[in-house]
Design a protein. Structure first.
Length: 285
């Protein structure tokens, strides 16, 4: 026969055992915390970006993995799209990660002109507000130069007499600008109007905005002109136009990993042998 003290001891052990969380619950709590922490870090602080193309060679190589700061220009709140204040605005010659507005893909390019500036390219030489802007230190041309007065049908805006090496002059739209909308400049602003939530059409020489004839429009946000440092191998603003401020993701800080992206992961020894150790920790500018 058990004594009262023995029964009390057993009931106490059961009570304490019931309060102790199971291993599964502990694992789930840790997993939830990790997911929430990763979400908050990725949304508000830093994001990693894997470079898929050679458009920024030799500054950035395919297979480089970048740490991107969202604090520099301010993180965007999910769903609502509102941007929190950052340390500063995008500047000319910044390397920027952004969402390509026509495809919704993440791109990394150099901002060569900011809102309110006028860009022109003459025989591969770039001018911003009439002042020559030199090619970045690691920038390059790898193809044949396109001659002047030789329009490229793939160029932005549609029907413009430009090509990749002879472009503009073109003014980058700035918040507060009043645009005069005509049949002649419709293609310059068509996508801008769509980015700002409007339906734009050209009917019988008249610009229609949300179905109504419109001759003027006030720009609601700043825009940027992005180009790759590898000027002959870059699908950039010369081909799809301005980047709205709302599409800015962040500023790449440094390369934390780099290897040959063409080697498959199952070739583990070849993949490890392809690591570019000298690039790890390289700061970007």
């Amino acid at each position: 026969m058990n004594s009262p003290s023995s029964k009390s001891k057993k009931s106490s052990e059961k009570a304490s055992g019931g309060e102790k969380p199971s291993a599964l619950r502990e694992w789930l709590n840790a997993a939830v915390f990790a997911v929430v922490a990763a979400f908050l870090i990725n949304t508000f602080l830093f994001q990693n970006y894997n470079v898929p193309t050679g458009s920024m060679e030799r500054t950035i190589l395919p297979g480089d993995f970048l740490v991107v700061s969202k604090l520099t220009y301010g993180p965007r709140l999910p769903l609502v799209g509102y941007r929190l204040p950052g340390f500063r605005e995008v500047k000319q010659n910044d390397i920027v990660v952004f969402i390509q507005p026509r495809t919704d893909e993440n791109y990394v390019k150099r901002c060569v002109a900011v809102a309110g500036q006028t860009l022109e390219i003459k025989n591969r030489v770039m001018y911003i507000d009439g002042v020559e802007s030199p090619l970045p230190e690691q920038g390059q041309f790898i193809g044949e130069a396109a001659p002047p007065n030789y329009p490229d049908p793939a160029i932005f805006p549609k029907y413009a007499p430009y090509n990749k090496d002879n472009y503009g002059p073109i003014r980058i739209p700035k918040k507060g600008d009043t645009l005069m909308l005509t049949a002649q400049n419709y293609e310059y602003y068509r996508y801008l109007l769509e980015y700002e939530g409007h339906q734009a059409r050209l009917v019988n020489g008249q610009v229609l905005l949300n179905g109504k004839p419109t001759t003027t429009y006030i720009v609601k946000q700043n825009y940027y002109f992005m180009m790759g440092d590898n000027r002959d191998n870059s699908l950039d603003s010369r081909f799809w136009g301005y980047v709205p401020e709302s599409n800015i993701v962040g500023s790449p800080l440094f390369i934390y990993w780099s290897w040959n992206p063409d080697l498959p992961l199952f070739n583990i020894f070849g993949k490890i042998a392809s690591v570019r150790w000298s690039r790890l920790g390289t700061c970007l500018k």
